[in-house]
Design a protein around this ligand. Sequence first.
Ligand SMILES: NC(=O)c1ccc[n+]([C@@H]2O[C@H](COP(=O)([O-])OP(=O)(O)OC[C@H]3O[C@@H](n4cnc5c(N)ncnc54)[C@H](OP(=O)(O)O)[C@@H]3O)[C@@H](O)[C@H]2O)c1
Length: 313
Amino acid sequence: MRAVQINQYGGTEVIKVNQDIPKPSVQPGQVLVEVHAVSLNRIDSFLRSGYLQQMMPMQLPLTLAGDFAGTISEVGEGVTDFKVGDEAYGQAGVYQGGSGSLAEFTVAASGKVAKKPTTVGMNEAASLPLVGASAIQGLEEHIQTKTGQNILIHGGAGGIGSLAIQLAKFHGAYVAATVADSEADFAKSLGANQVIDYTTQDFTKVLKDFDAVFDLVGGETATKSFKVLKKGGVLVSMAGQPDQQLAKEHEVTAIAQMTQTSTRQLIRLAELVDSGKIKPQVDKVFAFTEAKEAFDYFEQEHPKGKVGLKLKF
Ligand SMILES: NC(=O)c1ccc[n+]([C@@H]2O[C@H](COP(=O)([O-])OP(=O)(O)OC[C@H]3O[C@@H](n4cnc5c(N)ncnc54)[C@H](OP(=O)(O)O)[C@@H]3O)[C@@H](O)[C@H]2O)c1
């Protein structure tokens, strides 16, 4: 089979479409999936560049990417929730107990797979797993978003942010989002009540007494976020460890989120999509053979929502 792999860490020039790769063999608790579509996440770029090689040493060659949508072509011992031919979506990254999703076939841990939402196509479904699970974990599990709350979402036009705005609105929150000026209309179209241009405006001068901040940016943005929270508020950051001393001083809770995608979250995500509560946001889809171009676009062109690759037409 063909797979998009790296044989060494580096920039997008190290990405190769390798031929005649053996189809991965399915182990107990896993499923083998014929991949139709894939989407890219920041971690795929970090893995390729070698940025994570100390924390997550990987064996090379490495098949890139994790998020996928496709059809189940084999089920491993002990897997009862899926049968051959089911349309499914989930995560198959090498760091998620899978073999990498940018390949004609991938194996995934069955606990990171669910039936695909029925009302959207393969490209849309593949755009969802990590960002959707992240939005659910942040807004429904950590923040427990409710009607009437004020929530600030940093990075509202990105993969997670574009779903998080919709999910927070569905729960009845007033949503402010930081985005670049060119992304303001996009964020408003997703339901944001207020958009703040992070390139020219200081959000701490515009907002105060918020119930929660969902931070998808990190660094100084996370640190300054304490100023806009009311006492008893919550900061959830997906891009670093928030300062616990500052949290104490401001009398708020600060959580560093590591998304643990599960079948349960993917089922919830499919329900939200199929009931029209959230819509997948796909900026651009590339052919499988254009993997280098897809990563270049993803890393340099400030996409709105997700960047995908299609294996089957
Ligand atoms: N902890 C975990 O388990 C986990 C899981 C998934 C993702 N993450 C992390 O979560 C973060 C968000 O992920 P993602 O998939 O949504 O990434 P993404 O698609 O790259 O979106 C990030 C967004 O942030 C915007 N941005 C950049 N600087 C900003 C600033 N100073 N203020 C406001 N917005 C700013 C970007 O806008 P421009 O287009 O203008 O640059 C982009 O739209 C990333 O850091 C990722 O690595 C963590």
